[in-house]
Design a protein around this ligand. Structure first.
Ligand code: CTP
Ligand code: CA
Length: 225
């Protein structure tokens, strides 16, 4: 469903978008997850396809319809998402990490369902760090001139936290959401400030996730070689 009238300003480009939230299994029936719906990442994929890009959508557990004309790579865990994104990023003009990636995963996976035992306290769940995919790609670009975009949901000092995160990750753009009621998780609408490594600040008013997606691609296109 290519939007009628959309400028084909991403024609000839390959873009990679990660979307959704990773799930880190504990046993065959349980996982550690998060509240990401995948809607913002899917909106990014649809927008890029409408603008003529070849799109690889690395989709982590999003219960959303497959966008037409997009290559979808389904993944479950952060480690799987890393593999899929790195593979697709090899020839990509831009990588947008909209997925909510679990920072930690259980150290061990129980191949049988964990059972409770009478009179016994539960065993603690030991967590280990997951790889930081955004920092890895931003720090060692698989392709010269590739534009790398991250997302951050922040509370408290949102802008200062965003600036610090942008510098720490080494990406070109960071889309900063303020987490609050009705915003972000599961919502159809979003409000954000897009911070650029060049010092730019682009506020995007509360509105459809499609609008934020289009603004992100505008900013990416400005920075493409
Ligand atoms: N990200 C990633 N790999 C991780 C964690 C996060 O690629 N293991 C990406 C997300 O997709 C997002 C960006 O990094 O684009 C920022 O995620 P966020 O959770 O805000 O950053 P963290 O460095 O994990 O910081 P925090 O401690 O605030 O969670
Ligand atoms: Ca995190």
């Amino acid at each position: 469903d290519v939007a009628v009238g959309a400028a084909p300003d991403l024609a000839g480009r390959h873009v990679v978008v990660s979307a959704g939230g990773t799930r880190e299994p504990l046993d065959p029936v349980r996982f550690l997850g998060n509240r990401s719906s995948g809607k913002q990442g899917y909106a990014l994929a649809r927008s890029a396809a409408a603008r003529g890009a070849r799109v690889t959508l690395v989709a982590a557990n999003a219960a959303l319809p497959d966008p037409a004309g997009v290559d979808i790579v389904p993944v479950g865990t952060a480690v799987q998402l890393r593999e899929a994104v790195l593979k697709a990023a090899a020839d990509a003009d831009a990588v947008v990490m909209a997925a909510a990636v679990a920072d930690f995963r259980p150290e061990t996976y129980a191949t049988g369902k964990i059972k409770k035992k009478d009179g016994e306290d539960p065993a603690p769940i030991v967590l280990v760090r997951n790889p930081d995919i955004l920092a890895e790609i931003a720090g060692d670009r698989p392709r010269t001139g590739q534009i790398v975009v991250g997302f951050a949901a922040e509370t408290d000092d949102v802008l200062a936290n965003g600036r610090a995160k942008l510098a720490r990750k080494g990406c070109d753009l960071l889309v900063v959401n303020e987490v609050g009621e009705r915003k972000t998780f599961g919502s159809e609408q979003n409000e954000a400030i897009v911070l650029g490594a060049d010092g730019s600040e682009t506020p995007v008013p509360y509105g459809p996730k499609e609008d934020l997606a289009d603004t992100i691609w505008d900013l990416v296109i400005q920075r493409l070689p």
